[in-house]
Design a protein around this ligand. Structure first.
Ligand code: PHE
Length: 341
């Protein structure tokens, strides 16, 4: 008996079940009523009385061992099954997909750099909705009732409600800031804007702007010019020269276009600067008193300046990109070419 028990013990310990059938074989052989262990229990009646106690103990140990092992086999079998369940349609013989590392979008790099330059001189960030009402996008910014910018060819309106449009510039955010904060205000609003333009190498219906607003007592045109010069030299390089050309925006008076001196080093420079060497990088001006008034700021007490520039345009100049459409094509070969500014 003792020998039989020892042999069975060894067999139980070494048992491996890798299929349901093998699991069932184990159950039949060692656990079920008709198992070998059951048979041994039946044999107990033939054992001399003085050995019964010892034999009973051995058999009970064997029975427990078999039950523990059975549990272990079931657990192992279940987890193995879980791992190896192959979803339908998955072909494990196919070569693995190569991991590729993405790249930060050049527009994000340029935006981050512009923000960094202005944050260092005390500007904070503000955001506003891309779906705007007429008041924040136009009326509060002193656009006359029938200004061409309001017309269908420029602005995406909501058909059911002509009061709602996709914002055409981030100046709308500045109105919101002025309505909600007391001067001094120094804020930068980067964001996506929309205009109803045919998509080409030079125009897109969705693009990005950064606009800045500075309102306080005694803010002058000289402050505007110095701030623009500081920005241009930080962004384009120390020696960069700027000029301000008179212009018109409904929300600023006086208004100007901001140009930087790009130079005429090669043929491309002649082409992009139209032979002048100067390149326009944005618009700016002193905030019109009507705009301050509309937003609840007293124009007798406060003055301010605003400026705006296109992020795509800045990126195209900085990285010498000649087609606006590349920004939205998401071609990794394009996106990977840019380093931090
Ligand atoms: N909002 C103007 C635009 O989209 C840019 C601008 C901003 C001009 C602030 C002057 C002052 O064209």
């Amino acid at each position: 008996m003792k020998q039989k028990v020892e042999a069975l013990k060894k067999e139980i310990v070494a048992y491996i079940a890798s299929s349901e059938q093998e699991l069932e074989d184990f159950r039949m052989k060692f656990i079920s009523r008709k198992s070998v262990i059951g048979d041994l229990f039946l044999e107990m009646k033939n054992i001399p009385a003085e050995e019964k106690k010892e034999a009973g103990k051995l058999l009970n140990e064997l029975k427990n061992l078999a039950q523990d092992k059975f549990k272990e086999l079931i657990d192992g079998f279940n987890s193995q099954q879980g791992d190896s369940k192959i979803p339908e349609g998955l072909d494990l013989t196919l070569p693995a997909v190569k991991d590729t590392i993405g790249a930060e979008h050049p527009l994000n790099r340029v935006k981050a750099r512009i923000i960094e330059i202005f944050e260092r001189i005390g500007f904070n960030l503000s955001e506003g909705p891309e779906i705007e009402d007429d008041w924040h996008n136009f009326s509060a910014l002193n656009f006359p009732e029938n200004h061409p910018a309001r017309e269908m060819q420029d602005t995406f309106f909501i058909e059911k409600n002509p009061d709602i449009a996709l914002r055409t510039h981030t100046s709308s955010v500045q109105v919101r800031v002025m309505e909600n904060q007391k001067p001094p205000i120094r804020t930068l609003s980067p964001g996506r804007v929309y205009r109803n333009e045919a998509i080409s190498a030079r125009a897109h219906c969705v693009f990005h702007q950064v606009e800045g607003l500075y309102i306080d007592k005694n803010v002058s045109f000289a402050d505007l010019k110095q701030t623009m010069l500081h920005f241009a030299q930080e962004f384009f390089g120390k020696g960069t020269k700027i000029r301000l050309r008179p212009s018109y925006f409904p929300f600023t008076e006086p208004s100007a276009e901001l140009d930087i001196y790009w130079g005429l080093k090669n043929e491309t420079d002649y082409r992009i600067t139209k032979g002048t060497g100067w390149l326009e990088i944005g618009g700016c001006g002193m905030v019109d008193p009507n705009v301050l008034q509309s937003s609840g700021i007293d124009p007798e007490e406060y003055t301010g300046f605003a400026f705006g520039m296109g992020i795509e345009r800045m990126a195209m100049l900085k990285y010498q990109i000649n087609d606006l459409r590349l920004f939205t094509e998401n071609d990794i070969r394009f996106l990977k070419q840019f380093v931090s500014l």
